[in-house]
Ligand binder design. Structure first.
Ligand SMILES: CC(C)(COP(=O)(O)OP(=O)(O)OC[C@H]1O[C@@H](n2cnc3c(N)ncnc32)[C@H](O)[C@@H]1OP(=O)(O)O)[C@@H](O)C(=O)NCCC(=O)NCCS
Length: 196
C-alpha cells in the first residue's frame, strides 16, 4: 500500500491588496522553508534571508497567486494547519524598458515556492500554469526567471531554456541560470489536447 499522502483539493487565487500586510510575513516564511529543502547550509540560508523577504509592496505591485488547500485536515495531524501550500509572484520584468515600450514585453516570475511537506504533488505545476496565464495576459511574449540551479529542470519541463547566467549578489562565484519561456507556444505544451 502506498504511503504517499493524499493529494489535497486545491484552489489558486490572487492575493488581495487588503491582505498584503498579514500575508507578506507568511509568504516570507514559506520562501525560507522551501529554499531550505534543497539542503543549503544554515550559514547560506541566513545570508539569503533578506533576499527571501516578501514585502507588502511586492503583493501590491505584482500578481501573487496563492495555492490553498480547500479541505479541513485530511493531510493528517501534522498537515492539518497547513492551508497555504505554495505561491507564485509574476510581474513585468524589471529589465524591460516599460517607459518607452521598446522591445518585446517580458514578464518575470519573481517567486515560485511550494511547502516542502507537499512537494511532488503537482502544486508547483498548477502554480506554474497559472503564472503562465497571468504572464500572457500582461501581455508578455516571454516569461523570464532567474532560477535556483536546482529548479532549472523543473522550468525546462514547461519549455523554458537557458538564455544566460547572472552572478548571485550574495554568494561570490555562484552563477544563477536565466531562463525564458516563450508564451506563444506555452499553451500547446501545457495542454496536449490543444496542440493539434
Ligand atoms: C521547484 C518546485 C516549485 C516544484 O514544485 P512541486 O510541487 O514539487 O512540483 P510538481 O509536483 O508540480 O512537479 C511538476 C513536474 O516537475 C517535475 N519536477 C519537480 N521538481 C523538479 C526538479 N527539481 N527537477 C526536475 N523535475 C522536477 C516533477 O517530477 C513533475 O513532473 P511530471 O509532471 O512529469 O510528473 C518546488 O520543488 C520548490 O518550491 N522548490 C523550492 C523553491 C525553489 O527553488 N523555487 C524556485 C525559485 S527560482
Amino acid at each position: 500500500m502506498s504511503t504517499e499522502p493524499a493529494r489535497r483539493p486545491l484552489r489558486i487565487r490572487r492575493a488581495r491588496l487588503e491582505e498584503a500586510d498579514t500575508l507578506a510575513p507568511r509568504l516570507t516564511e514559506l520562501c525560507r522553508r522551501s529554499k531550505a529543502h534543497w539542503g543549503y547550509p544554515q550559514e547560506l540560508l541566513e545570508r539569503w534571508a533578506d533576499d527571501l523577504r516578501i514585502e507588502p509592496a511586492d503583493i501590491d505591485r505584482d500578481v501573487v497567486l496563492l495555492a490553498e488547500a480547500t479541505d479541513d485536515a485530511p493531510g493528517g495531524p501534522d498537515l492539518s494547519d497547513l492551508l497555504l501550500l505554495g505561491f507564485a509572484r509574476v510581474g513585468v520584468d524589471p529589465d524591460t524598458d516599460a517607459s518607452t515600450g521598446a522591445g518585446p514585453r517580458i514578464a518575470r516570475l519573481h517567486d515560485l515556492w511550494v511547502e516542502p511537506q507537499v512537494m511532488g504533488q503537482g502544486i508547483g505545476r498548477t502554480l506554474m500554469e497559472a503564472a503562465i496565464e497571468v504572464a500572457r495576459t500582461l501581455p508578455a511574449e516571454r516569461l523570464r526567471v532567474v532560477s535556483d540551479p536546482n529548479a532549472e529542470p523543473f522550468y525546462e519541463r514547461f519549455g523554458a531554456t537557458r538564455v544566460g547566467e547572472e552572478d548571485s549578489d550574495i554568494v561570490a562565484g555562484r552563477r544563477l541560470p536565466i531562463l525564458e519561456l516563450p508564451l506563444s507556444g506555452a499553451r500547446a505544451r501545457l495542454d496536449p489536447a490543444e496542440s493539434g
